[in-house]
Design a protein around this ligand. Structure first.
Ligand SMILES: Nc1ncnc2c1ncn2[C@@H]1O[C@H](COP(=O)(O)OP(=O)(O)O)[C@@H](O)[C@H]1O
Ligand SMILES: [Mg+2]
Length: 261
């Protein structure tokens, strides 16, 4: 496995840590529980893909925090940056994106050389690697399938962060090699038509959509925890707008109905 390379700039303010707000950590624990139960227990490795309709809705942030929260259960987790167009996973851990998935897929390096310790217990990262001219081609290749098959032997969970599906087909191409897909939407920003379009694209390729996570939910200042135990709640350092919510109102049968509500 490759050595961890530290970098100075890290976009890790949105990443869960020991000092994170209680409600934020709890929201991701609930997401962890829901996702764990959404998949059959007999899977040797649970493979989850995170996507959204458009950029900036929180795919990278939510997939990173989900991976961190699952790794806290002592499961061995690999977080893969399969957004070969706008890779960001490395910024969440302050590591360099020197080599990664694209280099593995183009045969330049072995899969083991692309597995980097994240700095957190039980969590490893595969950065996107050099931005290739042909991301869709690489991601839909047989080599991608083989790579995931090889990684399945080494991890309990594989979490894949991807590009926005209403813009490019990359995530749709990989959806068949994972066990489930999670759609991230952004509170007060993602629109019904965009969400419906994203869901119908996933439905068209028969993706196993496990649910929708609503990111950036504003949580009331005077929450239960705030009232009961003054140190929790949202008056803390993260302020408003840093909440996470999740909703599982979507099922494949009535996707359009639910998305339009
Ligand atoms: N709930 C949140 N609270 C605060 N900042 C957030 C939240 N979700 C995302 N961000 C920030 O918004 C930006 C876009 O999020 P990101 O996860 O990169 O979106 P995507 O991967 O869908 O393009 C990043 O700078 C990220 O740190
Ligand atoms: Mg992203």
């Amino acid at each position: 496995m490759a050595k961890k390379v530290k970098m100075n700039v890290a976009d890790n303010k949105s990443v869960i840590s020991e000092n994170s707000d209680f409600a934020l950590s709890e929201a991701f624990k609930a997401i962890r529980t829901n996702l764990t139960f959404a998949l059959p227990n007999n899977l040797k490795c649970k493979k989850l893909l995170f996507t959204s309709a458009y950029p900036g809705e929180g795919k990278t942030t939510v997939s990173t925090n989900t991976a961190i929260t699952i790794a806290q259960t002592e499961a061995k987790v690999l977080l893969i940056d399969a957004d070969l167009r706008k890779p960001k996973i490395h910024t969440k851990f302050g590591i360099e994106n020197r080599v990664g998935l694209s280099n593995v897929l183009s045969g330049m390096i072995n899969v083991d050389d692309a597995i980097i310790p994240s700095g957190r217990l039980n969590l490893w990262v595969m950065t996107a690697g050099v931005i290739p001219p042909n991301p869709a081609e690489l991601l839909s290749s047989e080599k991608m399938k083989e790579t995931i098959e090889a990684l399945e032997e080494r991890f309990d969970y594989i979490i894949v962060d991807t590009s926005p599906i209403n813009l490019v087909s990359d995530a749709l191409d990989i959806s068949s090699i994972v066990n489930g897909v999670v759609l991230v939407i952004k509170f007060k920003s993602s629109t019904h038509p965009a969400t419906k379009e994203a869901l119908s694209k996933l439905e068209f390729v028969n993706a196993n959509v496990l649910g929708i996570i609503m990111n950036n939910v504003t949580v009331a200042k005077d929450t239960y925890y705030k009232r009961k135990k003054g140190r929790y709640g949202y008056a803390g350092k993260y302020g408003y707008g840093y909440g996470y919510g999740y909703g599982y109102g979507y099922s494949q049968k009535n996707s359009s109905d639910d998305a339009s509500k």
